[in-house]
Design a protein around this ligand. Structure first.
Ligand SMILES: Cc1cc2nc3c(=O)[nH]c(=O)nc-3n(C[C@H](O)[C@H](O)[C@H](O)COP(=O)(O)O)c2cc1C
Length: 199
């Protein structure tokens, strides 16, 4: 599915977004619009170079070892079935990886942080190290992890600018996250970011 075209202008300054950003662990069941999901994916890994391939977050050697997924709940995003979706930067679209509302399973895989299951969407940032280690050796692992931090902050600040809130979760069982999302086993999860309207 092709996502709505991202917006390049907003109502909140970057300074205000930085000032008000906070990790939120309590979300309203109010659904998101597809435009919200689109904008959040764009902030994470959207193509920002006119006619080019460079993305919203910096990447060592522009090798882009990260993938961004969304675990979307039932009735959580208007017009979208509950499923695990994969963001395709080059065409600003999403593909379905696995059907059904998997938020509860994801929360259990995150050491039973069950508050995560209330967020309409959980973004999952993964790294495929081979894409960057082929050039930088073991140092590529460091670069990929640093890059994930940039993506995470972009999601945080974009959520603020949309009037939404986000959380950040690093405590999870990697293999369990891969299993419940049915993503490729070489896509190592680095961060999970629940997002939605706050309660
Ligand atoms: C790498 C990383 C992992 C984190 N993991 C979790 C987590 O598993 N669960 C959680 O509730 N918060 C987690 N946090 C959020 C921190 O607790 C939070 O950022 C910290 O308390 C500072 O609050 P703030 O983000 O609101 O400024 C994590 C933060 C980072 C950067």
């Amino acid at each position: 599915m092709i996502l709505p075209h991202p917006n390049y202008d907003g109502n909140i300054s970057v300074e205000k977004a930085i000032k008000s950003r906070r990790t939120v662990r309590s979300f309203s069941s109010r659904p998101l619009q597809l435009a919200h999901l689109s904008q959040l994916f764009f902030s994470a890994q959207g193509i920002t170079e006119d006619g080019g391939f460079k993305r919203a977050a910096p990447s060592g050697g522009a090798l882009y070892p990260l993938d961004v997924y969304a675990v979307v709940g039932k009735g959580a995003v208007e017009g979208l079935d509950p499923a695990v979706y994969h963001y395709i930067s080059s065409s600003h679209k999403i593909t379905t990886i696995a059907t059904g509302d998997r938020r509860g399973l994801l929360a259990k895989a995150a050491l039973h942080q069950m508050w995560m299951a209330d967020a309409p969407v959980n973004f999952v940032i993964t790294a495929e190290y081979a894409r960057i280690c082929s050039k930088y050796g073991q140092r590529g692992v460091r670069y990929a992890i640093i890059e994930a931090g940039h993506v995470g902050q972009n999601i945080f600040l974009q959520a603020e600018a949309l009037g939404l809130k986000a959380g950040i979760v690093g405590a999870f069982n990697d293999r369990e996250v891969i299993r419940v999302m049915e993503i490729p086993s070489e896509h190592e999860p680095l961060l999970v970011m629940p997002a939605g309207f706050s309660k």
